[in-house]
Design a protein around this ligand. Structure first.
Ligand code: SAM
Ligand code: SF4
Length: 340
């Protein structure tokens, strides 16, 4: 049997549950200019600079993964714009045969300065993380002062330079910003952007995660629905979010990423690569597989492909099963090391 894009089944990245990897989440650095309270521990430990993959190494892995059926890459971090000349990496990745789209998730602090270069180098889509529309609260959440207006300017600039899509991600936590759900819905409706609400996950690195602080997608949709009637959109295969459009003529959208209350593990098509070369088959998996020794030890492409296939084969069934079996969710790794 062959896959739709002509990758032979035997050559594809398939896990033991028959799921195929099509999307790569590539973290390019663990450094960040923010200290979001749901992501960064109080005392982060950083990767050594010589541990970080070079752009050539990242592109080589992307090329091999593309041969195995991966079509989409999302760059993340830490803060991806903190990686010097990351736009050059974008340019290298968009030229990899088989890669259809390269996107980025960013906190937006230096997006205003970088948006044009990213666009010129071929970045398709930008997702801006924005957890409050109130400057003072935004600064509290991100642990960083004086950046709110810069982030909003970054959003404007991203929209101006004309990426295929600009989305906004908002992590909702109880007792912090759930009172702003309506304001974010209004932003989606009036500014006609896609706003996705993310359920708070146990990846804060400080072990302060509390299930009581998770605001469910259902509750979020209920609040949005009180303001605007919503029409569900068909969920794409492998999508983490459920999307809705407004019933009037606004082109905006809202989405919920229900990783905690209604995850979509059964058709998950993502594989993750950390900035130091660790392959992570699932966000919740404890295991990581270090490709760097092979990469720097002179391995050929077929050996690297075999390593990637073997790592992905060990992808766990996912958080859905863990929740069903009441497995205690561990604070596996802080989000800044894996990129979401
Ligand atoms: N620094 C970039 C940013 O914030 O957009 C990219 C890296 S960040 C780790 C990727 C995404 O993970 C962001 O949208 C962030 O809000 C989200 N995130 C971080 N910690 C989270 C948590 N504990 N639960 C849910 N989402 C989280
Ligand atoms: Fe940095 Fe993004 Fe984590 Fe915030 S969520 S601390 S911006 S990596």
């Amino acid at each position: 049997m062959s896959l739709s894009r002509g990758v032979a089944e035997a050559d594809a990245l398939v896990d033991s549950f028959g799921r195929h990897a099509r999307k790569l989440r590539m973290s390019v650095t663990d450094r960040c200019n923010f200290r979001c309270n749901f992501c960064m521990p109080q005392h982060p430990t950083w990767m050594e600079s010589q541990e970080l993959l070079s752009f050539d190494e990242m592109t080589r892995i992307a090329r091999i993964l593309a041969r195995l059926g991966v079509t989409n890459i999302r760059l993340s971090g830490g803060e991806p714009l903190m990686r010097r000349e990351v736009e050059k990496l974008v340019g290298m990745l968009v030229r990899v045969p088989g890669i259809r789209a390269v996107s980025m998730t960013t906190n937006g602090a230096i997006l205003k300065e970088k948006a044009s270069a990213l666009k010129e180098n071929g970045l398709h889509c930008v997702t801006l993380s924005l957890h409050s529309l109130k400057a003072e609260r935004y600064h509290e959440i991100t642990g960083t002062r004086g950046v709110f207006s810069k982030v909003m300017e970054g959003l404007d600039e991203a929209r101006r330079v004309g990426f295929e899509r600009v989305k906004v991600n908002c992590v909702v936590t109880r007792g912090c910003n759930e009172d702003e759900i309506g304001d974010f819905a209004r932003l989606a409706h009036d500014a006609e952007v896609s706003v996705r609400f993310i359920e708070y996950m146990p990846f804060d690195g400080s072990k302060v995660w509390d299930p009581e602080k998770v605001v469910s997608g259902e509750e979020i949709l209920g609040k949005v629905g009180e303001l605007y009637p919503l029409v569900p959109l068909e969920r794409e295969h492998g999508a983490t979010a459920r999307h809705y459009k407004f019933s009037d003529d606004s082109d905006g959208e809202v989405g919920v990423i229900t990783s905690m209350t209604r995850p979509f593990c059964s058709d998950c098509d993502r594989v993750r690569l950390k900035a130091d070369g660790k392959v992570v088959p699932c966000l919740f998996s404890v295991e990581e597989f270090d490709i760097k020794p092979l990469l720097r030890g002179g391995a050929g492409d077929s050996e690297l492909a075999a390593f990637l296939r073997k790592s992905f084969l060990l992808k766990s069934e996912g958080v859905e099963k863990m929740l069903e079996q009441h497995v205690e969710l561990k604070h596996v790794r802080p989000m800044y090391t894996i990129g979401g």
